[in-house]
Design a protein around this ligand. Structure first.
Ligand code: SF4
Length: 346
């Protein structure tokens, strides 16, 4: 039993099933776990009359956390490398905002989507992360390191919708008010356009959650070349599923567009992108490409990025230029994996 893989209600259910006890004792465990990095259940007042139960629960608990095995700091961005129980590693990025920290989490070791511009995509998929391995990345930063984490983005290693059940359960745990308390409106899930996953997510009806689609090209030939997922789920299919996606008032779909020099930065690319997003509740995030190791692609010059942004604005697109913080430590979007040795033990 690992508290990091359960919501409060699920923990209460487990307590009832295993020990015949309910919210009083489960709540004590949940509070102790999230309030203190190290705790002894036997010290909790709720267990003062039942030390054997505290001991039994302690035996059943799996409290192992992935170990922070590397840390790279560049200006204010930090990349943490976590070593998992089997020796593989994943990377988590801490991005400081004005008054808090955003944590960019990984959900797979590697990724099988194979996007050509992405470092992680070159690794292939080594394995899925479990719920607790995903949640632990935020838990360590918030509870152990003590940073004020208010936003979580699933933009690290892996395609979140290709690890659907674990990612959805991780979001439920992260957003539990009695635990890490990161509201769904502060959680962004970024997908390369895995359509069956978007459909399943839509069926959950979590309209506060932020959904980001990494688009990067709005014509099928170019997108299929950059992102093999497009050969299976082309732009027409993707757009149709986005049209029906449930969003709360004020929430918009985020369309991520990584601008690559001489690849997707022409005036006709801007026009196609504008056509794709027409009548969708969308904000386009424009990001200058940050070349991965041995990348066949180049970063655009700042004036080329500005020209593209201006073209989109003139076409009536709601666009925001997103800085690629952490560029030189390869902590920007699509840059995780292999920067400091990649997975070990594989
Ligand atoms: S960009 Fe995302 S989906 Fe594409 S290969 Fe990289 S991690 Fe996977």
């Amino acid at each position: 039993m690992n508290p990091l893989s359960l919501t409060y209600d699920q923990l209460v259910e487990q307590f009832q099933r295993r020990y015949g006890r309910g919210a009083f004792h489960a709540g004590a465990l949940y509070r102790a776990f999230y309030d203190r990095p190290v705790f002894d259940l036997r010290q909790a007042p709720e267990f003062s009359r039942s030390p054997e139960l505290a001991q039994r629960i302690a035996r059943d608990l799996d409290m192992r956390l992935p170990e922070v095995s590397g840390r790279i700091q560049e200006e204010d961005v930090t990349k943490l490398q976590f070593r998992l129980a089997d020796g593989l590693t994943v990377e988590t990025v801490l991005i400081p905002m004005a008054h808090h920290t955003t944590v960019c989490v990984s959900c797979q070791v590697g990724c099988r989507m194979g996007c050509r511009f992405c470092q992680t995509g070159q690794m292939g998929l080594l394995r899925q992360l479990s719920v607790d391995e995903i949640v632990a990345q935020v838990f360590v930063v918030k509870v152990h390191i003590g940073l004020d984490v208010r936003n979580v983005v699933f933009m690290g290693m892996g395609e979140p919708l290709d690890n659907f059940d674990a990612v959805v359960q991780a979001i439920a745990v992260l957003s539990d008010q009695r635990g890490l308390n990161i509201a769904k409106r502060h959680i962004t899930l970024s997908t390369a356009g895995w359509v069956p996953g978007i459909e399943r997510l839509a069926a959950l009806n979590w309209p506060q959650l932020k959904l980001a689609v990494s688009l990067n090209a709005a014509d099928d030939a170019l997108r299929s070349n950059l992102m093999p997922v497009n050969r299976r789920y082309g732009l027409g299919t993707l757009r149709a599923v986005l049209e029906g996606y449930p969003l709360a008032r004020g929430n918009v779909l985020l369309v991520e567009y990584v601008l690559i020099r001489d690849v997707n930065d022409r005036p006709e690319d801007a026009r196609r992108l504008a056509r794709f997003v027409t009548e969708l509740p969308v904000r386009v995030n424009l990001i200058a490409y940050n070349p991965r190791k041995a990348s066949p692609f180049d970063a655009p010059w700042p004036e080329e990025v500005e020209r593209f942004r201006r073209a989109l604005v003139d076409l009536g697109v709601f666009v925001r230029l997103r800085g690629a913080k952490g560029t030189s430590i390869r902590a920007a979007c699509g840059q995780l994996g292999g920067a400091s040795g990649g997975p070990v033990g594989s």
